[in-house]
Design a protein around this ligand. Structure first.
Ligand SMILES: Nc1ncnc2c1ncn2[C@@H]1O[C@H](COP(=O)(O)OP(=O)(O)OP(=O)(O)O)[C@@H](O)[C@H]1O
Length: 204
């Protein structure tokens, strides 16, 4: 279970949010909503342990994530709103290297399979810098297919995606939840996802 208790975030001289409380269990999705600048990305970074909250605690199965260190990073896959791809590396190098950095070595054939699924077949050896924004997003999201972590933390996963890619992601999210995975995501777009429990967290 992922639990946020009394989370408060201050950035510069602004308090973005305070007293955020939630519990997320296996098979559950939490969608984080709010206008630009309300603190959605800041909250996701807190849940990843990349930023400390001004007040409050994030716990994973009852343990504070700050006490878990690297063990916690083996549990999560975080895809930020900037896709984090490296321009001069090829599509397949991006996927294999980002997976290796997350602690998962994947074979070339497995990487090709994931890229094919994401609609990037035939583009594996192109440098990412020649891809469109939506294709770059697909490269970043391909990591979800190969890194089998239980907790996905996704910042605007649907940004720049076309209708067919949104459908692919929708299916991936639903399968992950059906297999007992957990997802926290932000999105400015409407997406209909079947899940046993969907929580909505609204930031002001
Ligand atoms: N390190 C920082 N120092 C000062 N201010 C920051 C810092 N990081 C973020 N902020 C500010 O905090 C506010 C919230 O940023 P954040 O990216 O969390 O918002 P968001 O809800 O994700 O926005 P969007 O919908 O535009 O992606 C913004 O005004 C941002 O400029």
């Amino acid at each position: 279970m992922l639990q946020g208790s009394n989370l408060t975030c201050v950035r510069g001289d602004r308090r973005l949010f305070k007293n955020i409380n939630f519990s997320l269990r296996e098979g559950e999705l939490m969608q984080v909503h709010g206008p630009n600048g309300s603190g959605k990305t800041s909250l996701l970074r807190i849940l990843c342990g990349l930023t400390m909250p001004a007040v409050g605690e994030v716990c994973w199965h009852g343990d504070a994530i700050r006490s878990l260190g690297g063990d916690y990073y083996g549990v999560i896959t975080y895809i930020g709103h900037l896709s984090g791809t490296k321009d001069d590396l090829t599509v397949i190098e991006n996927l294999r290297i980002s997976s290796a950095l997350a602690g998962i070595e994947i074979s070339e054939s497995k990487a090709r399979e994931a890229l094919e699924y994401m609609g990037l077949g035939g583009r594996e050896t192109l440098p990412v810098k020649v891809l469109s924004q939506g294709q770059r997003r697909r490269v970043a999201l391909a990591r979800l297919l190969v890194c089998k972590t239980v907790l996905w933390i996704l910042d605007e996963p649907l940004a720049a995606l076309d209708v067919s890619a949104v459908k692919i992601i929708q299916v991936m999210l639903e399968q992950h939840l059906a297999q007992g995975g957990m997802i926290v995501m932000t999105t400015h777009q409407e997406i209909a996802i079947s899940a046993k429990t969907i929580q909505q967290l609204q930031l002001a």
